[in-house]
Design a protein around this ligand. Structure first.
Ligand SMILES: Cc1ncc(COP(=O)(O)O)c(C=O)c1O
Length: 314
């Protein structure tokens, strides 16, 4: 006699049937609801949630202020497209991000939906500003699952599989790892070696780094390393991008991971706990750099009306 099927088992069988295996689910449970730091599966079992949607829920599940903000927003307007008409909450979020990241300097923000989208656009902004092609990211880093995102990611499997060819001009440098015997000085020497052998610094648009590698094993970049990167970027006119998508919004004890090192990044990517589970991301950066892409970089309606149908198609 076989034991009766649980609701978890029933739904997981359907999940096998209808959802591809590529989105592998780590835990064999189906969640029914959650509150704060706890969640319950469909059979009523309670769990302590140590993952929080992978750094998405720094204020916990269903925080009353988040729930209230979402309810209010969908009651007012759920979608307008900022490219079509502006709305106050976008401007407010941008102003608050600029104040949080900018440290008194002039910063601007642009909003997107996913972390990978923020990273991709940070690269576009840096290239647009510097007019240079190359980007350096770090081995062990994670920057998303889009094609450019996995290319910037410094781990081949399972992210890159057989998905290539990958975008060009992406180089990987070594992230310091005291535990594995790689000091900040070793990592800096390797970066200089990369400049000497693979890509000259005056061809590099951006250096992209997580202040704490998340998927790479919760590895913290030493303050001295981030300060040295800041110096090299300033020296060579390279845009320093801090990927704070996972480390940001209080996870390191300060609002942003880079703040421990006392440096000022040129661009910062934010997502995840920015909106406590709602799909919102952004790039926050020095106003001068953020204004490099010209109007239409993120689709302006005028681009459509300005486009003329060639005579031969009419
Ligand atoms: C540091 C970092 N950058 C980028 C991303 C990609 O974010 P998303 O999954 O929202 O595209 C992640 C996601 O885990 C991340 O941890």
């Amino acid at each position: 006699m076989t034991a009766a099927q649980t609701e978890n088992q029933r739904l997981l069988a359907l999940r096998e049937q209808h959802v591809p295996r590529g989105i592998a689910t780590a835990h064999p449970i189906v969640v029914s609801h959650a509150q704060g730091s706890e969640l319950w599966d469909v059979d009523g079992k309670r769990y302590l949630d140590f993952v929080g949607g992978i750094g998405v829920l720094n204020v916990g599940h269903n925080h009353p202020r988040v729930v209230e903000a979402v309810r209010r927003q969908v009651g007012e307007i759920s979608h307008a497209s900022f490219q079509v008409v502006a709305y106050a909450s976008y401007i407010d979020v941008a102003a608050r991000l600029n104040a949080m990241v900018g440290g008194g300097e002039a910063y601007k923000s642009v909003l997107f939906t996913s972390g990978a989208e923020a990273v991709e656009n940070a690269i576009k902004i840096a290239r647009g500003y510097t007019n240079r092609p190359a980007v350096i990211s770090f081995r062990g880093g994670f920057h998303g699952r889009t094609l450019l995102g996995v290319t910037l990611t410094g781990m081949s499997q399972p992210y890159k599989q057989n998905f290539g060819p990958f975008p060009a001009e992406i180089y990987h440098a070594t992230y310091p790892n005291e535990y594995r015997g790689v000091s900040s000085d070793d990592a800096l020497a390797e970066l200089d070696h990369l400049f000497a052998t693979d890509v000259a610094p005056d061809r590099v648009a951006a250096i992209l780094i997580e202040p704490v590698q998340g998927d790479g094993g919760f590895l913290r970049a030493p303050d001295a390393f981030l300060r040295a990167l800041r110096e090299r970027c300033t020296q060579h006119g390279i845009v320093l991008i801090l990927d704070e998508i996972q480390a940001g919004f209080g996870r390191t004890g300060k609002l942003f991971g880079f703040q421990h090192a006392g440096i000022q990044p040129d661009l910062v990517t934010v997502a995840k706990s920015l909106a406590g589970g709602m799909p919102l991301s952004g790039v926050v950066g020095r106003a001068e750099i953020m204004d490099a892409p010209t109007p239409g970089a993120w689709v302006a309606p005028t681009a459509v009306t300005r486009w003329r149908v060639p005579q031969r198609w009419r």
